[in-house]
Design a protein. Sequence first.
Length: 425
Amino acid sequence: MNKVEIKILGGGREVGRSAVALGYNGKYLLLDHGVNFTENDIPQFPQHIRPSLIEGIILSHAHLDHVGAAPLIYSSTKVPTVTTMLSKPLIRVMIEDFLRISGYYIPYEYQELNVLMDNIMELDLNESIELNDFQISLFNAGHIPGSAMTLIKLDNLKILYTGDVNTAETKLVKPADYESVDADIIITEATYGNSQHPLRTLVERELIDSILESVEDEGNVLIPVFSLGRAQELLCVLYSYLSGLDVYYDGMVRYISEIISSYPEYINMYGLLIKSLREFNMVRNSSERRKLVREKGVVIIASAGMLKGGPAQYYAKQLASNPKNGIFLVSYQAKGTPGRKLLESGVLEDNSPLVKAKVRWFDFSSHADSEGLLKILKNARSVKHVIVMHTEESTGREFVRRIRNYDDSLNIYYPANGESITIDV
């Protein structure tokens, strides 16, 4: 009897650094190959796998915690990498920015990135391709534009890798197409496996009310965002409610938005995105940035989402001392980041003054919550094995408990990095 091996190279009991090696007949399909960062901004890479054993790579979407280590594989081999048409140009932009900022710590260079790009096979959603023993299909994951869940068929076995997934509709992306997928094994993220998100319409209204509270008092509002996904979602939200407001966007948001807007088939409310980009204001240089913080009643959407660098960090420092201003966080804030420090301690840096601006966090997550993740499992009528990853340890253990409450006949695994699971085909 043949066996399939599932080895966790990254993302085991941690958020980020996703990397799974799916082994069959001595060859491996690599499911993502990402990075995360220490509190000192030093990138951490997945555990090593011999590139000669890899049959191909799937990149679920273009966030660095899923693609940042992919060029490493191309230092000594050339294999096909499968991703969606939109993810391909986004991957280049994200990794080039990674090299620019963290190049000293990265064990590859532009040459390896170029080889990766040359070996990408674009696969549209709901299409299939075969890489020797692995039959691969991609389905909308609902996380960001271009994100995909991957269904892999091996003989009679079906394996679903969710990547980052969202089952709720947003203005930017339609919900995950999980009803089209049945699987025997599910490898699932569980970033929010211990919680339930509030209704998006309620969160949007709370954010809009908070913005109006500040700007009507002649304060300014900073919304730090991830440049890929969260930024465009927030632009759409603000245009829906406040099309006449002075809204500015800055940082990598500008370049990413230009790429995304060229792929309307991946956008839920495409017309809304285009209107927001045309009618809101792009910040083009540092002199405009300095002028902007002296204005009154403006809203600034800027990267980075956790206040780790980018123009958002500059704006936060400039707005922090005025209680009329607001710094409204809308993204996951990892441990050790300035954003997490701001929420927990009220400061931007150790030994810096308390921030006087209003600080609030709004749940605009693009990850499924516990109920959404369970919907995917319940839909997969053939599922027998569930592997939980991409989650902080306490959250993951709680999600495992919730799965057992739903169906205690399932084989549930919560592996750490370096652990392997072997299942009969």
